[in-house]
Design a protein around this ligand. Structure first.
Ligand code: TXA
Ligand code: MG
Length: 400
């Protein structure tokens, strides 16, 4: 199959849709309506969209991704009135969270209505629903006039795509169309919260943090046990997708993490603010900051691990931060087998979220045979970053 690539040049240049972009989105919407598959940008990652109400479209999504069909898809809507047709009821918690966080990077699990076929929900009686904030995603869904089922637009098991090039790498020739709207802002998939039962349960951490959800609901949001400990055979995560080795580069990976600070709860407690760009942001960076002693200990352990693999003759990838980069750069200067990649600032974790998946893909491309990655503090967005890093490392973590 020939995949059409539609570049939204107006949107990429100005951040608003031009008349030419609008025409391309109409073309995309027609593909969705007629049962085709199309990848599109959202504020989290690129999605692979199909008509959520059409069995055949959902089946084709699984086939294109090479994804197990027990792993349900997220149904995307463009406005609140599109929620009630796909769910049995809208519980009070869902109303509160929709009001507060939609459009945005939050997916809610609700009881599904009759019109959503079991093919879309992996046979579950519930459906995952999200209203994305990205202008392209919302306009496309609106023009299509149907709920759009969209998992991340990667081959199953690979890191989620954060730009059109990643989608091309994985799905070119397997789907009808790719809409190129530039880089996704946040870079990590949406938060998933189950509001279908008697309590709200966090199934996947993302840019809407557990602390933000708890604050909005005025009650503590529970954590799915699968988030708390490495998966054992008898643990069945409520989000089936969380059980697969995900976000993973080809090379084995070691994650080196500071021992958690006393008294910090999972998901972080500190408040976040939103910027105009729609990207979740925490504190500002103030340029180069000296390493604190925990960071110094962390980088010493990273160097020890990387040196050991280099001594075995391996090509080693090292994922580091702006703060630690100068140290590694001088230590490894001239070492061809060491691939050093700075993925963002520890003082501004949204920069790390934004670059993480792209960095993991780059490691594969550059032929890394082993990857050593620095962990980040598990506060705020750091909790979601660490969730993805732990999966990429298949839970191979060294605490120092
Ligand atoms: O940010 C995102 O959510 C992106 C963009 C494209 O919107 N989509 C995305 O979809 O990450 P996907 O398919 O890669 O991840 C969906 C996750 C999987 O872990 C799946 O198991 C879970 O959502 N999920 C979907 N429906 C569910 C349900 N009814 N109950 C529990 N988990 C569900
Ligand atoms: Mg995915």
């Amino acid at each position: 199959m020939k995949t059409i690539i539609l570049e939204l040049s107006g949107y990429r240049e100005t951040g608003t849709l031009s008349p030419a972009d609008e025409e391309k989105l109409k073309q995309g919407a027609e593909i969705l309506r007629s049962g085709g598959l199309l990848a599109f940008p959202t504020e989290t990652v690129y999605g692979l969209g199909g008509n959520a109400l059409l069995k055949a479209a959902s089946k084709n999504i699984y086939a294109a991704k090479g994804r197990p069909s027990d792993n349900p898809l997220i149904v995307h809507i463009s406005e609140l009135s599109e929620l009630s047709p796909v769910v049995k009821e809208i519980p009070a918690r869902a109303r509160i969270l929709a009001e507060k966080f939609w459009p945005g990077p939050l997916t809610m699990i609700l009881e599904k209505s009759e019109i959503v076929p079991p093919e879309t929900t992996g046979g579950l009686p519930t459906v995952a629903v999200r209203m994305p904030e990205h202008a392209v995603a919302r306009r496309l869904i609106k023009l299509a006039g149907i709920p759009v089922a969209a998992p991340s637009a990667n081959t199953s098991g690979k890191p989620s795509p954060t730009c059109a090039e990643h989608v091309i790498e994985d799905l070119n020739g397997k789907i009808d169309c790719i809409i190129d709207g530039g880089a996704a802002g946040i870079g990590l998939e949406s938060t998933i919260v189950d509001v279908s039962g008697g309590e709200a349960v966090l199934l996947r951490p993302g840019a809407v943090t557990r602390a933000m959800l708890s604050e909005a609901l005025g009650e503590e949001v529970a954590l799915d046990p699968a988030l708390e400990k490495p998966l054992e055979k008898d643990v069945h995560p409520k989000a089936p997708g969380m059980k697969y080795r995900h976000y993973a580069p080809k090379a084995p990976m070691l994650l080196i993490q500071e021992k958690p600070a006393e008294g910090l709860t999972a998901g972080g407690e500190k408040a976040e603010k939103r910027t105009d760009a729609g990207i979740w942001k925490t504190e500002e960076t103030s340029g180069y900051a000296a390493l604190n002693c925990r960071e110094a200990r962390l980088s010493a352990a990273v160097i020890a691990a990387a040196d050991e693999k280099l001594a075995e003759g391996k090509r080693v990838g090292l994922l580091c931060s702006e703060e630690t980069y100068p140290l590694y750069e001088s230590h490894y200067r001239g070492k061809e087998n060491l691939l050093l990649d700075c993925i963002g600032s520890r003082r501004a974790e949204q920069s790390i979220a934004h670059n993480l998946f792209s960095a993991l893909r780059k490691m594969d491309k550059n032929g890394a045979e082993f990857i050593v990655a620095e962990g980040v503090p598990e506060e705020r967005l750091g909790y979601a970053i660490m969730n993805r890093l732990k999966k990429a490392a298949a839970q191979n973590i060294l605490y120092v």
